[in-house]
Design a protein around this ligand. Structure first.
Ligand code: HEM
Length: 390
């Protein structure tokens, strides 16, 4: 079952009526930005077998930062990780130096990029084989200033102010030992009226996360997210690999497409999130009813091997100005995914999406890309990366 997607109608003139229409369509989301005071006083645990911010239910706000380490040698990196860990432990408990604040479910997740395993810190021989250099994918328009980095730090909370403060405090803690390479703010859209508690919608208005892995499914997290004992290297056991992709989307170009064209791109109905031929969001996908080149079927072809490939997505929407030439506000998806082995999960999926998925081929422009080894959780008094740096 296939049907040609209509040609993109580029909005070239600032006054084009399409721009207004598109904004009107996007405007149906309610942006109240608020979070209950009771939620803001809640703290997520910092210590445990795994780092926070992975199977923690996803809160509304993100600040992500990637740093280049300037400190010398293994001892320099160890001191930096100790300092970042102490800062993160304080912040997640609601303390920044002498100041107290509502932690707002803040989690801080820290990973080591592939570049941290070059000759500078004596870690080259211990680089996890799964932490490959990210391959180039078709359609990539990567900017070095939005890509890579020695250390990645994901800050998530129910308060915008708190993720900003976390970014500032972590950057201050890195001062003199690491410089900020890039950072990215993100948010999860508010639900539509009547949808509270359901799957959030992405920047294009589609329910996003319907067939994501469920974080409370411990067996699934073990098989698809956590590095198991025996996977190697030992220091990564109970850790995971975090992939980030900065995907710019020309939102208005997508929203001026007729709704059936939009739905064909993803393979799900826009109002309900239902797969084709079904009425409700969580009804099973009927393979023969789906366009073979739609996003969900290319991402998950539902054949032998597909289950092992599945990833935990934890992405955020962003907006960042406009492109005057084509009269489009710019923004997109800051894609974040956790996997046990990105070689046979994220990379395998992304290779197919970049060449066969009509949504990916046509709309998102990958501007940034990174991958980090996220070491296991932290014991009280310990620090992130202790299993490799001690
Ligand atoms: C701007 C970029 C993207 C947008 C707007 C987007 C949007 C969506 C939407 C609306 C769905 C259907 C609902 C759901 O099950 O969550 C979906 C599913 C999915 N997406 Fe994406 N996505 C994007 C990029 C990516 C990338 C880069 C990957 C991974 C390489 C990816 C992997 C998946 C997977 C694995 C599914 C679930 C398929 C299934 O099991 O049915 N997506 N995405």
């Amino acid at each position: 079952m296939s049907r040609p997607i209509s040609r993109k109608h580029l909005l070239r003139l600032a006054g084009a009526a399409g721009g207004g229409l598109a904004l009107g369509a996007a405007g149906y989301t309610r942006l109240d930005g608020g979070s209950a005071a009771s939620a803001e006083s809640q703290a997520e645990p910092f210590h445990g077998a795994h780092q926070g911010g992975i199977v923690t239910p996803q809160p509304k706000y993100l600040q992500f930062a990637s740093y280049d380490v300037t400190a010398g040698g293994k001892a320099g990196l160890r001191d930096l990780m100790r300092s970042l860990t102490a800062t993160a432990a304080g912040l997640t408990a609601g303390k920044a130096g002498n100041e107290e604040f509502h932690p707002a479910r803040l989690t801080i997740t820290i990973g080591l990029g592939a570049s941290a395993f070059d000759s500078r810190f004596g870690l080259a021989a211990r680089r996890p084989p799964a932490l490959v250099d990210m391959p180039a994918f078709k359609g990539d328009k990567l900017k070095p200033e939005l890509t890579g980095g020695d250390i990645g730090v994901q800050c998530c909370a129910t308060s915008h102010e708190v993720v900003d403060r976390a970014l500032h405090a972590v950057t201050a803690a890195a001062h003199g030992a690491a410089t900020l390479r890039w950072s990215q703010y993100g948010f999860v859209r508010d639900p539509l009226p009547g949808e509270r508690g359901g799957t959030p919608r992405n920047i294009l208005g589609f329910k996003d996360g319907t067939n994501n892995l469920k974080v409370d499914d411990a067996a699934r997290m073990r098989s698809n997210v956590w590095v198991n004992a025996g996977d190697g290297p030992d220091w990564m056991t109970n850790g995971t690999y975090m992939v980030t992709r900065n995907l710019k989307v020309l939102v208005a170009n997508f929203l001026i497409e007729p709704i059936d064209v939009q739905e064909y791109a993803f393979g799900r109905r826009k109002p309900t999130g239902a797969p084709f031929g079904q009425k409700t969001e969580f009804a099973p996908v009927i393979r023969d009813k789906e366009p073979p080149d739609c996003h969900i079927m290319v991402a998950n072809p539902r054949r032998a091997g597909s289950e092992a490939e599945r990833i935990l997505r934890r992405s955020y929407t962003f907006t960042d100005g406009y492109d005057a030439q084509i009269s489009n506000p710019t923004g997109g998806l800051f894609f974040i995914a956790f996997n046990r082995d990105p070689r046979r999960q994220f990379i395998s999926i992304q290779r197919r999406l970049a060449t066969h998925d009509r949504f990916t081929v046509e709309y998102p422009v990958p501007r940034g890309s990174a991958m980090y080894a996220v070491p296991p959780g932290i014991r009280p008094g310990g620090y992130v990366g202790e299993s490799i740096l001690a």
